[in-house]
Design a protein around this ligand. Structure first.
Ligand SMILES: C[S@@+](CC[C@H](N)C(=O)[O-])C[C@H]1O[C@@H](n2cnc3c(N)ncnc32)[C@H](O)[C@@H]1O
Length: 283
């Protein structure tokens, strides 16, 4: 985005860190307790600068990042945190043109990020059994201009998925191990499977299920992100952090694993492969 245009989503941030995600309209205006900024002051101008309200209070005007969009979503369900979403996109190898299934849609947090990452040539098939969740997710995606490459489907995923040969499939439901037959039927061989669950009991049940259904290269991971105060003279972490969100589980559906390692720790990637170290990885 070099210059802001009518219809663009932009982010206004005040000195006290209030954030306003706004779609620019020629006759629109942002009303804040510190005054009004007509959108006309932004349209046709470069982003990444400050503008002033009619009361002379400055606001930053920025292009929003994916995490900004996620933070601004209306939600009725727990949405995945940006830290988990970002890592999931990488672990599932999501890129332009991918076909991806996810369930449940919830408020559309992960859906939004998948839609951005898979781009206009990709396709996201997002399932939820709750029509209210789907309606909210649809409004959220449309509001962000990201509904076009997303198909929202009202379905209990126990009844299976419509698609086959998809590149990746992610489950954010309470009992993901109950849907591994359906997941295998939808995923391409060797595709990317992922799930998030909040408790270790669920992780254990999912690990059992993955082993029974010939998923390989299983990984269980947990991410901690610690924010820091940005004062150079008193540089230190914030007092509080989000201590727990969920455990991420990733695996690949394979054929004939011949008892090959079904699960292992994150391990050390040796590249190029070296026969002297290849077998030394700890179980
Ligand atoms: C925690 S929310 C998903 C949040 C979503 N990943 C996000 O980032 O916004 C879980 C959703 O899964 C849906 N769900 C649970 N079990 C399901 C099933 N068997 N089939 C379809 N949807 C299901 C629920 O209705 C709920 O909306």
């Amino acid at each position: 985005m070099s210059q802001a245009r009518e219809g663009d989503l932009v982010l206004f941030i005040s000195k006290d860190r209030r954030r306003y995600l706004v779609r620019l309209a020629a006759d629109g205006a942002l009303h804040t307790k510190n005054g009004v900024i007509p959108h006309a002051d932004v349209i046709g101008q470069p982003l990444g600068r400050a503008v002033q309200t009619h009361m002379g209070v400055p606001f930053l005007v920025l292009e929003p990042g994916t995490d900004d969009l996620i933070q601004e979503l209306k939600r009725t369900t727990q949405i995945m945190f940006p830290k988990d979403i970002g890592y999931t996109l990488m672990k599932l190898g999501i890129h332009h043109g991918n076909r991806v299934i996810e369930a449940g849609t919830g408020s559309g947090g992960l859906t939004l990020a998948l839609a951005r990452a898979a781009g206009p040539t990709g396709r996201i098939y997002s399932y939820d059994s709750n029509p209210q969740a789907l309606a909210l997710a649809r409004r959220n995606l449309e509001g962000m201009g990201l509904a076009e490459n997303v198909e929202l489907k009202e379905r209990d995923i126990a009844d299976g998925f419509d698609e086959t040969g998809v590149d990746a499939l992610f489950l954010d439901v309470r009992h993901p191990w109950e849907y591994l037959v359906q997941a295998r039927a939808a995923l391409k061989q060797g595709g990317f499977f992922g799930a998030i669950v909040p408790t270790t009991n669920q992780v254990a049940a999912l690990l059992d299920g993955l082993a029974q259904h010939a998923f390989a290269n299983v990984q269980v991971e947990e991410l901690w992100v610690r924010g820091w105060k940005t004062l150079p003279g008193r540089l230190r972490p914030m007092d509080r952090m989000i201590a727990h969100t969920g455990y991420l589980i990733f695996a690949r559906p394979v054929e004939s694993p011949f008892g090959l390692v079904i699960g292992h720790g994150a391990g050390k990637i040796v590249w190029p492969p070296d026969e002297t170290t290849a077998d030394s990885e700890e179980e």
